[in-house]
Ligand binder design. Sequence first.
Ligand SMILES: *Cc1c(COP(=O)(O)O)cnc(C)c1O
Length: 395
Amino acid sequence: MFRRVYLDNSATTPIDREVVAAMLPFLTEKFGNASSIHFFGQEARGAVDRARHQVAELINARPNEIVFTSGGTEANNLAIRGLIEANEKYGKHIITSNIEHSAVREVCQDLEKHGCEITYLPVYEDGIVKIEDVRNAVREETILITIMTANNEIGTIQPVDEIGKFVRAEKEKGKKIWFHTDAVQALGKIKVDVEEIGCDLLSISGHKLYAPKGVGALYVRRGVRLHAQNIGGHQERERRGGTESVPHIVAFGKACELAKNNLRETAEHLKNLRDKFENNVAERISDIEPNGNRENRLPNISNISFRSIEGEGLLINLDLQGVAVSTGSACSSGSLEPSPVIRALGRNDELARGAIRFSFGKDNTMEDVEYVLEVLPRAVENLRRLSPNFQAAKK
Ligand SMILES: *Cc1c(COP(=O)(O)O)cnc(C)c1O
């Protein structure tokens, strides 16, 4: 029986019904501008404040440390550019990894054109930055370390707690250095706690957490100076001008509340789905290589390289059978280059091009997994039958 199975939850998630219900009044009768003094404005202001509390609570921050943005990309831009612009007198060297999301990587590349020096740390075969490399990369002029909490293609969790501890120790010695982490993928799957991490800046996004696209936030630790990137409005304590999208912010707040209440059960459900999937794939399909560290990773992402397969071909084949997956990140899909993240693991061209990400969401079921386990081995077999390299290697 044909079925649609969505296994691309790391690209975006469906909106939770409770989230839709929470935001709906703010698309209809509660339409006020949160900056207005009258009743309509105050109603909107109250809703934004509540959402700010909900978001703050999920990451153990204070409400006034939350800056609402249009999403993760904007939060990353504001964090990195904003921090550099406000503090460049202390230095212009940035440390990052070579598996960051394009919204960090390309901001760094752009800053490089404007006089910043960037160190891109390697991640080795397991897809994890080494704390010693971070320590060794720090110089006199280093002012920012930006390393993601968990990777969006392979799910590997980075040693952010250790980096945070290291940065705090450097600060105590009087060094001017800050730590930003892109926690967009980690949020709602593992505990994300700004005090445990010890970061100064942390990016999150709504649409990876069952809220709509177009809303996110940057956590800014009290006392950290940032230069606003959106000028011309005094919203968000002068850090992000522009009339707040109240419905989106309300939705994001609700999604964070739900994520906090359900974190443990959600993570367990995701892990059960993924483990069933991975165990069966390993039994039913030969010549595959899972990508990234097996233990230290998010519970919902499975990234596998299929030998002698073009990832794009497999993706299309699966789509025809109702199964939605991705190669690389949504942002780089459509390009013919193999994923830079898989390349960063040291994978050769064949394996990099044959990589597929299966990302599970809370609405997926065991029946979904069973359906994929029927469809996937056949799709792989069919494509390999057409592959002269694979046939030759088997002889
Ligand atoms: C999706 C994603 C982003 C971008 O967030 P948007 O809200 O889509 O702009 C940034 N970083 C990571 C790790 C992501 O997965």
